[in-house]
Design a protein around this ligand. Structure first.
Ligand code: BJ8
Length: 430
């Protein structure tokens, strides 16, 4: 355990960003303790995880300072909540794109003063961060780009706009030919909105660069995910989840380079037979709703129960990086079409029908060498919850051990989840 680890504080910076400094000051010590307990207590972690530990230590200071300085230097910051919003175009227009989803219980009470209680905790957590002024990333953004994926999100954007300029991208709910053209128009609107903010026109070369940069980030994550599938696993599931979360706020070029450095180390580990868990360890794949920072609840429960998580079929997981954009376009129109086609491959349960996702889950199950699937659904996420019915049927038809859980960020159900996960692992072992 690295006792020296500490999540840093910078009250001056927070003051400048208009945060509730008195309240936020309690956050770094809390995060320090959680991080030590969940991550630094693990044995035999890869050395190159130190970069990602530093990213957590600097989550409220160094990285924010970096973004804030870039913003003062003329790089606007765009916040997003969904992997359907094309970050390639933000990069192309000279902006910074960060994912804003909320994964913390601490901001939910702030949201519930305004929003109904019976909606998804991710939406409430994110909204509460802004209302309570307790997230430096929310404070630093110039513009938020929401989308119409689910009801909770699209109606919350109307209220969020009172606190921060919020644009909304219409994401169709079906994937027919006509939906593609609507989507392409939305992509063009998004490009124009970002260009207005950055005061730049993203031409063919700039879009090519944006695509290349984000493709490279996604490719690095693909490489890492393929390596972690090795049995015995060279890296834990919770470390992998952490990296997938950091992908949404780190600088993309540096991030890709650091992921490749970690991959090089994992290749050596595999070659030398070094792992974080023996081959007999039950291997679990997690599917379902995203786990935004600092939501480590389920991975910690699964791995504390003696299993290892070997894949995340999730937007903070493979849905974010499984598809790349074809880089061989001849002109800007073709670039935007190909970009749209890539985004249409994301199989969020907000779509109907969405059978591609069932096929994708099964494909990832095979590729990861998992021995069972735990489908994770955030409370009140109706689309993922209902889609779990089809997923269960598909798994049962193939004899794949399957368990679905519905939970939120509160610690109340941890004991109950531990019992269920332990029983599920017994089923796998049996
Ligand atoms: S592409 S999964 S990031 S919408 S907020 S839908 S959990 S009720 S996050 Fe999502 Fe885009 Fe789809 Fe991915 Fe459910 Fe909650 Fe809605 Fe959610």
């Amino acid at each position: 355990m690295n006792d020296a680890f500490q999540v840093h504080s910078d009250p001056e910076l927070w003051e400048e960003l208009g945060m509730d400094v008195a309240r936020f000051s309690g956050m770094p010590p809390m995060l320090t303790n959680a991080y030590k307990n969940i991550f630094l207590s693990q044995h035999n972690r890869p050395e190159k995880m130190s970069y990602f530990d530093d990213m957590v230590a600097n989550i409220h200071t160094g990285r924010i300072r970096e973004i804030y300085d870039a913003k003062k230097g003329g790089k606007p910051v765009i916040g997003t909540f969904c992997v359907y919003v094309p970050e390639e175009l933000v990069v192309a227009a000279g902006g910074i794109c960060i994912g804003l989803c909320g994964g913390a219980q601490g901001s939910i009470a702030d949201a519930e003063k305004i929003l109904p209680r019976n909606i998804c905790p991710m939406v409430k957590s994110a909204f509460g961060f802004k209302v309570g002024k307790i997230c430096p990333y929310f404070q630093v953004v110039d513009l938020v780009y929401g989308e119409t994926t689910c009801d909770a999100k699209k109606k919350t954007w109307e209220l969020l706009d009172r606190y921060v300029p919020t644009h909304v991208m219409e994401i169709p709910q079906m994937k027919r030919e006509r939906d593609k053209w609507l989507w392409l128009d939305e992509v063009k609107d998004f490009k124009a909105a970002v260009e207005r903010i950055t005061d730049t026109v993203a031409d063919f070369d700039a879009v090519a660069d944006g695509i290349k940069t984000i493709n490279a980030k996604r490719f690095a994550l693909q490489r890492l995910n393929a390596l972690r599938h090795h049995n015995p696993s060279p890296i834990s599931g919770r470390d992998m989840l952490l990296i997938e979360q950091i992908a949404f706020y780190d600088e993309p070029v540096r991030f890709a380079q650091k992921v490749h450095e970690l991959c090089d180390e994992l290749e050596q580990r595999i070659g030398n037979g070094v792992s974080v868990a023996p081959t007999s360890t039950p291997r679990v794949m997690v599917s379902g709703t995203p786990m935004a920072l600092p939501n480590w609840k389920l991975h910690f429960i699964i791995e504390s129960a003696g299993a290892i998580v070997v894949n995340e079929e999730s937007c903070i997981g493979t849905r974010y990086y499984k598809d790349l954009i074809d880089e061989s376009s001849a002109d800007l129109e073709q670039q935007l079409e190909r970009l749209t086609e890539r985004y249409m491959k994301i199989d969020c349960s907000c779509f109907t029908p969405n059978d591609d996702r069932i096929a994708q889950v099964l494909k990832e199950y095979e590729a990861s060498g998992a021995e069972g699937i735990i489908d994770y659904c955030l409370q009140f996420c109706h689309t993922y919850n209902i889609e779990a019915v089809k997923l269960r049927e598909a798994c049962e038809a193939r004899g794949i051990p399957f368990m679905s859980i519905e939970t939120d960020y509160a610690p109340d159900d941890v004991g109950q989840l531990q019992t269920r996960v332990e029983a599920f692992l017994e089923q796998i072992r049996g």
